[in-house]
Design a binder for this molecule. Structure first.
Ligand code: UDP
Ligand code: MG
Length: 318
């Protein structure tokens, strides 16, 4: 059996389209499916649709959150509630095309791999600014982090149960699954496909939300910013020391009329700015430690038609 884990945040327009499309594709597939929809605190009729689907079709299950916890939390909850030997995570807006499912299944069952993941070969149809910043993010994180992230990789993955368990065993509060999938290792095969636009509705990721998400990724998988800050500090100490030598030397040799107030103020302001920036970077890491140590729940369930998978100690997260 293959479990399809599908996070939904105010997606009343897309769920039925998704459900029909997946059924069409999987009709004569050599596997059975179950749907695990996660309603991430939707503000529209999403939950009603999920209840109805679950009544009509016993392969459909859902988990509903008490509020919006974010896509990462929704994916985590979906994985926890999935029961299949294979698990697929995919978006509900058909941007992760269901027609790839049989091909992914064929690859995972015939080739030596634990996961088949999809990436977009282009970003056609996306605003240029968004693509530019996305490119910058992938460039940066792949340079400063040991954990490599494939550019254009989506959260569209066909995984074996052992990989899912590895991902679930990581109980981080600040989750960044693109990094996590790479961090847990296992053999991943990549499938590319052309970009597809949303079937209906609008994206829930504003530019600001994406920016925060990328900072999250960098903080979670790299400490290079901290080393950078230390190096910067060292460099400025060195420059200051040289400057001091020059000033003292010059005063001793030539005597020094007081001058240079504007340049002094500029230097002080500049250094003050650098110090605040560095403090801010350190602060970002401290805030992450703070959130981790609180050990908050990743999500809070309001309603479901499922029990959590009776696997070892997963239950204690609830
Ligand atoms: N999503 C979610 N919680 C959120 C934001 C998004 O569960 O807070 C879901 C959304 O319903 C969709 C998927 O994550 O199934 C991808 O979101 P979207 O299509 O809005 O993002 P984009 O494809 O534009 O990056
Ligand atoms: Mg989308």
């Amino acid at each position: 059996m293959v479990s399809l884990v599908v996070p939904c945040f105010s997606e009343e327009e897309t769920i039925d389209i998704f459900y029909t499309e997946v059924n069409k594709v999987c009709q004569d597939a050599p596997f059975t499916i179950e749907f695990v929809f996660v309603d991430d605190g939707s503000r529209d009729g999403t939950l009603k649709i999920l209840r109805r689907l679950s009544r009509e079709d016993d392969r459909v299950h859902y988990v509903s959150f008490s509020r919006n916890f974010g896509k990462e939390a929704a994916l985590y909850a979906g994985l926890q509630h999935s029961k299949g030997e294979y698990v697929v995570t995919m978006d509900v807006d058909l941007q992760d095309p269901p027609y790839l499912l049989p091909e992914m299944y064929r690859i995972i069952t015939t080739q030596e791999c634990d996961c088949v993941a999809a990436f977009r070969e282009s970003r056609e149809g996306e605003p240029a600014v968004r693509s530019f910043f996305a490119k910058m993010f992938y460039w940066l994180i792949n340079r400063i982090s040991q954990t490599k992230i494939v550019e254009g990789a989506r959260d569209y993955r066909f995984m074996k149960r052992k990989m899912v368990d590895a991902v679930l065993n990581d109980r981080e509060y600040n989750r960044f699954s693109k990094g996590l999938y790479s961090w847990v290792g296992f053999e991943t095969k990549w499938l590319s496909y052309p970009n597809i636009e949303r079937s209906a509705g609008v994206t829930k990721w504003s530019f600001l939300k994406l920016f925060k998400y990328s900072v999250e990724g960098i903080l979670a998988y790299s400490t290079v910013p901290l080393s950078f800050v230390s190096c910067l500090g060292l460099l400025f100490c060195f420059v200051a020391f040289l400057g001091l030598c020059v000033v003292v030397g010059r005063a001793l040799i030539f005597g020094d009329p007081v001058a240079g107030w504007p340049s002094l103020v500029s230097i002080i302001v500049f250094l003050g700015g650098i110090q605040l920036l560095c403090l801010g970077i350190v602060g970002l890491y401290v805030s992450k430690i703070y959130l981790e140590t609180k050990g908050r729940q990743i999500y809070i369930e309001k309603e479901t038609d499922l029990d959590i998978r009776t696997n070892s100690d997963d239950a204690c997260v609830e």
